[in-house]
Design a protein around this ligand. Structure first.
Ligand SMILES: [Cu+2]
Length: 352
C-alpha cells in the first residue's frame, strides 16, 4: 500500500513539473503558432463531441440492459407503491431532460466551433427566452416537490388508528433486537441505564413496570401480513439506521430518543419467494454460489429469499453485517410463533 502511494505521489509530481514547463513555454513570446487551433483542429474536436455523445448514450443503454435486474422487486408494503411511483416519475423526467439537453449541448458545441472568419454575435439578452427556461423548471420542480411532500406526509403519518402492532427495534454495534408489547401490545418502560447484562436484561427494561413483564424479545422479526406495524426505534450507542428495503422503509435510530416509522406489510415471505424478480435473483445468486462451492470457497450454501432489516448508517467496523431476518406470515402462523416465545417475565424468573 505504501509503495502504491509513493508511486502515485511521484507520478503526480512528475505530471505537475511537466505541466509547469508547458506553462513556462507558453508564456514565452515566440513566432511559432503551432499551439493555436486550426479549422481542422476545431472540426476534429467537434466530431469528438459527437463521439462522446454516442459514448454516454451507449453507456446509458448498457446500464439499463445490464443493471436493471439489480433493482428491488415490487414493494411489499401498503405505501411502497406510492413511493415507487414518485421515484419512477422523477427518474423519467430527469432521464428525458438529460437525453435531450446532452444532444443539444454537443450539437451546438459542434455547430458553433471556431472557424477562420467566423465572428461571435453579440447578443445581450432575450427576456422571453429567459422567462421560458426559468418557468418550466419552476413548474416541474414545484410539482415534484409538492407531490413529494404530500407522499412524505402520508407515509410519516404515524398514529394508533387500526390497532397497529407495536414493535421496538433496538440497534447496537453490531446487531438488532426486536421487542413486542406482548398480550397487551404495550411496550414496558426501558432505558439504557437499566441494562443488566448479568441478568440478561439486554434492552434495559424496567423490571418493575407491569407492561414489561409480557414483552417478548427476539432476534428474528415476525410480522402478520395486512396488519399495520408501528416501529419504535432506539439505539444503545451510536447513530444507526433501520432500513427495510423491500418495504421502502428507513428511519434513523438515535441514542437518547425514540424514532418511529409505520407500515403495513402486504406480501408474505412465501408469496414473495414466488415473485418472478425474486425467483430470478435467487437463481442468479445460487448459480454464483454453486460455482463457489465447486471451487471450495466460503459463502457457497444455497440461498433462499428473505426480507431483511439492515443498518444503513456506517456505524463501525462490522456495520456491513448488522442485519436481522424479517418474516411476514399469516396471522395464524404469527400467533403460533408468538406462543412459542418466552416473555421477559419468564426470562427474568429463570435467571433467579
Ligand atoms: Cu449500525
Amino acid at each position: 500500500m505504501t509503495a502504491l502511494l509513493t508511486i502515485t505521489v511521484l507520478v503526480l509530481v512528475a505530471i505537475a513539473i511537466w505541466q509547469m514547463t508547458k506553462i513556462f513555454e507558453l508564456s514565452q513570446v515566440r513566432a511559432d503558432n503551432s499551439q493555436v487551433a486550426t479549422d481542422a483542429d476545431n472540426k476534429n474536436n467537434g466530431y469528438l463531441l459527437f463521439a462522446f455523445l454516442i459514448f454516454i448514450y451507449g453507456i446509458t443503454i448498457f446500464s439499463f440492459w445490464k443493471y436493471t435486474k439489480f433493482l428491488l422487486p415490487e414493494a411489499s408494503s401498503a405505501h411502497g407503491a406510492d413511493y415507487d411511483y414518485l421515484m419512477l416519475v422523477s427518474f423519467v423526467i430527469i432521464f428525458f431532460v438529460q437525453t435531450i439537453t446532452q444532444a443539444l449541448l454537443h450539437y451546438f458545441g459542434y455547430k458553433y466551433r471556431g472557424e477562420t472568419g467566423k465572428k461571435a454575435l453579440f447578443y445581450a439578452d432575450n427576456d422571453r427566452l429567459e422567462f421560458i427556461w426559468t418557468i418550466i423548471p419552476v413548474i416541474v420542480l414545484a410539482g415534484l416537490i409538492l407531490w413529494g411532500l404530500y407522499t412524505w406526509t402520508n407515509i410519516m403519518d404515524i398514529n394508533e388508528e387500526d390497532d397497529p402492532l407495536i414493535v421496538e427495534l433496538y440497534a447496537q454495534q453490531f446487531n438488532w433486537t426486536a421487542r413486542y408489547g406482548g398480550e397487551d401490545n404495550v411496550l414496558g418502560e426501558a432505558s439504557v441505564r437499566m441494562i443488566d447484562i448479568d441478568r440478561a436484561n439486554v434492552l434495559g427494561l424496567d423490571e418493575a413496570d407491569p407492561n414489561a413483564t409480557d414483552d417478548v424479545i427476539v432476534k428474528e422479526l415476525h410480522l402478520p401480513v395486512g396488519r399495520k406495524v408501528n416501529f419504535k426505534m432506539r439505539s444503545q450507542d451510536v447513530l444507526h439506521s433501520a432500513y427495510m428495503p423491500h418495504f421502502r422503509a428507513q428511519m434513523n435510530c438515535v441514542p437518547g430518543m425514540i424514532t418511529e416509522f409505520s407500515f403495513t406489510p402486504i406480501t408474505t415471505t412465501a408469496e414473495m419467494r414466488l415473485n418472478p424478480d425474486v425467483v430470478d435473483k435467487v437463481k442468479r445468486t445460487n448459480k454464483i454460489r454453486a460455482e463457489r462451492a465447486a471451487n471450495g470457497q466460503d459463502n457457497s450454501d444455497p440461498w433462499e429469499f428473505d426480507y431483511i432489516l439492515l443498518c444503513n448508517k456506517i456505524c463501525g467496523k462490522s456495520h456491513y453485517n448488522m442485519q436481522m431476518k424479517i418474516i411476514v406470515e399469516t396471522q395464524e402462523e404469527y400467533e403460533k410463533w408468538m406462543e412459542s416465545q418466552q416473555t421477559f417475565g419468564q426470562t427474568m424468573a429463570s435467571m433467579q
